[in-house]
Design a protein around this ligand. Structure first.
Ligand code: HEM
Length: 117
């Protein structure tokens, strides 16, 4: 059970890596757009995160306040990706504030995961 949970944590981290990595690529090459890869990263992190939010394979209590905050931030990132993709389609560009918010919120969720125990 414990090993299975560690595998789900690994999948969760892959989701984070795909989402944040795809965002960094756009930030560095100056395109500042949302991409399908970001959607995939978020979806992988979301599914694995929800599986991890159930108390199995551990002997300690989960911090549900922390998980609730992470879930709200994840939904905000999802909304930004969805609205951003629509804006891009219509106008051909993404408001810079939306682009930066996606990266900052993603990093915030990773920081909450690691720092808030
Ligand atoms: C973009 C969204 C998210 C990012 C970037 C993210 C990032 C991370 C990272 C980096 C870790 C590893 C921390 C560590 O092991 O110290 C982690 C662990 C975890 N995440 Fe997330 N997360 C996200 C969304 C969620 C959501 C929505 C949930 C559930 C509501 C969730 C539940 C968990 C749990 C339970 C763990 C701990 C795994 C364990 O030790 O058993 N995450 N997350």
């Amino acid at each position: 059970m414990e090993i299975l949970r560690h595998i789900v944590v690994l999948i969760h981290l892959v989701g984070f890596a795909v989402l944040f990595g795809a965002w960094v690529v756009e930030a560095v090459n100056g395109r500042r757009r949302v991409t399908r890869l970001m959607d995939w990263g978020l979806a992988i992190a979301a599914v694995a995160g929800l599986v991890l939010a159930a108390p199995w394979g551990i002997e300690y209590d989960l911090n549900y306040v922390k998980l609730g905050v992470k879930l709200v931030i994840l939904l905000a990132i999802g909304a930004l990706l969805g609205i951003g993709a629509g804006r891009q389609r219509k106008t051909g560009s993404l408001p810079p504030a939306m682009f930066w918010a996606i990266g900052v919120l993603t990093l915030t969720n990773a920081a909450i995961a690691v720092i808030w125990r």
